[in-house]
Design a protein around this ligand. Structure first.
Ligand SMILES: [Zn+2]
Length: 288
């Protein structure tokens, strides 16, 4: 019943921690969650993935009633919890410096029905120091898959995020408009939640890398956590794993042996293809 912790950590080890200075952050902040993350990552890099998982589980169970997870029902050993809830809780309790790795700006977006030129962001930026979680709706993502204009992407993201829209007057022509509070810049990492179960559970059906355009940035699917049933009975992580200058796609499940199953070694081909065509393609999309 610890797979919600394992799956979250596997995603971080393979897709996020290699891209941020977690050692530096942990030594500066002294935050216990930063520290345990950095310490476990050292074990992973030394080849002790299962020891790292054990360390992380013990940390979570030991601290369930302590300061670090104050708002949650306690994460008790032997019980099952939702991986998204756990991910959000964990990141909320990590240090401000750690959360700054995921920060983005938020603004009100004016969507006018009279004139598309009135569809734009209003200048009221507020910085959000929390990771961006958006809801995955495949038909909408596909529709805007190749969009290059930030205007179209803003339309797409209004659907993706599903924030309540406010019926108001357009700030330019006073006709009917909707207003949304939306992320305005390009966060380094985006977490996508598939509430509808639209993404297939079978790993051989998953397209890696899946590219979507949000604003001016292209995001690439790098890892996903999926459950074996809609009730989330068991979580597994599928991730692109970098190794000795190359990379491969594998499914990680620490409660089964051998714990890691290689799905394909051909991920390099995708990566080389895209990196040669899109020099800015460095951002990652995560589905959890
Ligand atoms: Zn207008």
């Amino acid at each position: 019943m610890s797979c919600y912790i394992d799956a979250f950590m596997e995603l971080f080890w393979h897709s996020i921690l290699p891209h941020i200075e977690i050692d530096q952050i942990a030594s500066q902040t002294g935050n216990p969650l930063d520290n345990i993350m950095a310490g476990a990552f050292v074990l992973v890099k030394q080849g002790f993935r299962l020891d790292a998982s054990t360390q992380m589980r013990n940390f979570v169970y030991k601290n369930i009633k302590e300061l670090y997870f104050p708002k949650q029902p306690p994460y008790e050993q032997g019980n099952m919890y939702d991986v998204v809830d756990f991910a959000m809780d964990y990141m909320e309790q990590a240090s401000e410096q750690f959360r700054a790795m995921f920060q983005y700006k938020c603004s009100r977006y004016n969507m006018c029905f009279e004139d598309t030129e009135h569809c734009w962001f209003m200048p009221d930026d507020t910085v959000r120091n929390t990771p961006l979680f958006i809801t995955f709706i495949p038909s909408v993502v596909d529709k805007f898959h190749l969009s290059t204009s930030s205007d179209q992407s803003a339309h797409a993201i209004t659907h993706l995020i599903g924030y309540p829209r406010l019926k108001q007057q357009c700030i330019y022509c006073q006709k009917l408009a909707y207003q949304y509070k939306l992320p305005h810049n390009d966060p380094a990492f985006v977490f996508v939640i598939d509430k509808l179960g639209a993404v297939p559970n079978r790993t051989d059906n998953i397209i890696f890398p899946y590219i979507i355009q949000l604003y001016s940035q292209r995001y690439q699917l790098h890892a996903m956590i999926h459950s074996t049933s809609r009730t989330g009975i068991h979580y597994k992580t599928t991730a692109v794993i970098h190794n000795n200058g190359g990379c491969f796609l594998a499914c990680l499940d620490n409660l089964s042996k051998p714990g890691i199953t290689v799905i394909t070694e051909n991920v390099n081909e995708f990566y080389f293809h895209f990196s040669s065509n899109h020099s800015s393609l460095q951002k990652k999309l995560k589905i959890i």
